[in-house]
Design a protein around this ligand. Structure first.
Ligand SMILES: [Zn+2]
Length: 440
């Protein structure tokens, strides 16, 4: 299939930050063949009129728990410890593969509608999430969360089963699915387990997706228990020997930052969760100055409460500017780059996140024919600070059109919304127990 998008404004996010007004984008199969001007011999099967639209690379949600969409609005106004112990880890006692599937389908609809092309998921029953990825047309990096607390403490898969999942699905769906191993965190997983899972990841050539240093209490507890910071513990146990995406990493010493930079780890920053759970803003400019790859995530809908990356794209610079009292923090297109190419690189899709000939055709169009997007002095500023996820009009993943002007072309959204609500109510009406206890 060959697609031509004509008369479109293009925010390429290439090295020079090129912005093209009234250009063309030519897509052949899964790739971009021209950005700016289409070759005269290009004969499209489909032409999209891009007038008053802006094309930009699609978003890579670098940390989420998509199926937690079923507990959206179920864990409100609580600090992290009570959020885990009173709500989230209680509702999850009734979680099964059907709930995971229903929640992932709902999240896929929400992500597609707001311009996300790929998500980095950390949860349970990931074979069911893989099915959703396959059906939706999205890309994803999937990790089956592991606690390492011994027999009977995992959800749906012990470590050998989580590894079997990763080996079975890595590269599936025409390469749209990548798999990782997913130790929960250094505050839940014992060091011996971190060592075991890291060695396995290294042996099998898989990356790791983990939570890290979300609170000052986690750091002081790690110092008291292990004699080192959580970040140092990840280095000592071999976790950072493989490509690692560390979600949050809010409380870091200078030494921790240097470790993350030296080991090429990615920090997945989820600013809306930090504000909502009053966790603190983190220091993104400091990470970037040190050379750490910083990507952007929504986190799960129990702490956000949505999966709209566009909202996080705006909130990231707002929170950093406010926290640092520095209006120049995360300026220009930095937030867009963090939300696209930084996540793409970390999730193993290095050809995505930039609009250039030869790269993957993972792009979205924003409809700028809206009062809040006029005038168009600065397309990047309008995209970062004024556009809404709901302004997305078209979503392409690997050259395939998944969404067009209000209609998801790959999923039955009406049915998915109804089934998700039924599954969510059924889940929290069961006999719930406390699964495990979070100790800050
Ligand atoms: Zn998380």
């Amino acid at each position: 299939m060959k697609t031509l998008i004509k008369d479109v404004d293009i925010v390429t996010l290439d090295e020079k930050g090129t912005v093209i007004r009234g250009g063309a984008i030519a897509i052949d199969g899964a790739n971009l063949v021209a950005v700016g001007e289409a070759p005269v011999e290009f004969a499209p099967d489909r032409t999209i009129d891009g007038a008053n639209h802006v094309a930009v690379p699609g978003f890579f949600n670098a940390h989420c728990h998509a199926s937690m969409s079923l507990v959206r609005g179920y864990a409100e106004d609580l600090p992290l410890d009570r959020w885990f112990n009173e709500r989230v880890w209680v509702a999850e006692s009734a979680l099964g593969p059907e709930e995971v599937r229903a929640g992932a389908l709902l999240a896929a609809c929400e992500m597609i509608r707001s311009g996300t092309v790929a998500f980095n998921d950390h949860y349970f029953y990931m074979d069911h999430v893989a099915e959703v990825v396959e059906a939706s047309g999205l890309r994803a990096s999937l990790a089956w969360c592991q606690f390492g607390l011994g027999a009977g403490k995992e959800v749906g898969a012990d470590l050998p089963a989580a590894l079997a999942f990763a080996e079975r699905f890595h590269g599936e769906a025409e390469g749209r699915i990548r798999a990782m191993l997913g130790p929960h965190s250094p505050y839940v997983c014992p060091p011996a387990f971190l060592r075991e899972i890291a060695a396995l990841a290294k042996e099998k050539g898989l990356g790791l997706h983990i939570h890290l240093a979300e609170s000052e209490e986690q750091v002081s507890r790690s110092l008291a228990t292990h004699g080192m910071t959580p970040t140092r513990l990840l280095e000592e146990t071999g976790v950072l020997d493989v490509p690692t995406i560390a979600a949050h990493a809010l409380y870091l010493s200078d030494d921790d930052v240097a470790i993350l930079a030296r080991r090429g780890a990615t920090v997945a920053h989820c600013p809306i969760t930090y504000a909502k759970l009053a966790m603190g803003p983190g220091d993104v400019p400091r990470l970037l100055r040190a050379g750490v790859n910083v990507a952007l995530g929504t986190d799960g809908p129990a702490s956000n409460n949505d999966m709209d990356m566009k909202e996080a794209v705006r909130f990231l610079p707002l929170l950093q500017k406010l926290a640092r009292r520095d209006a120049e923090a995360i300026a220009g297109d930095a937030s867009l780059r963090i939300a696209t190419q930084a996540g793409a690189r970390a999730m193993g899709f290095p050809s995505s996140g930039v609009l250039e000939a030869g790269k993957a055709a993972d792009l979205v169009l924003f409809n700028f024919d809206k009062p809040h997007l006029v005038p168009r002095h600065d397309l990047v500023a309008n995209l970062v600070h004024a556009a809404k996820g709901s302004d997305v009009s078209h979503v392409f993943v690997a050259g395939r059109l998944l969404y067009e002007n209000g209609t998801i072309l790959t999923l039955d959204e009406e049915k998915i919304r109804a089934e998700a609500e039924r599954a969510a109510f059924r889940m929290v009406s069961r006999d719930l127990t406390v699964l495990r206890e979070y100790q800050s």
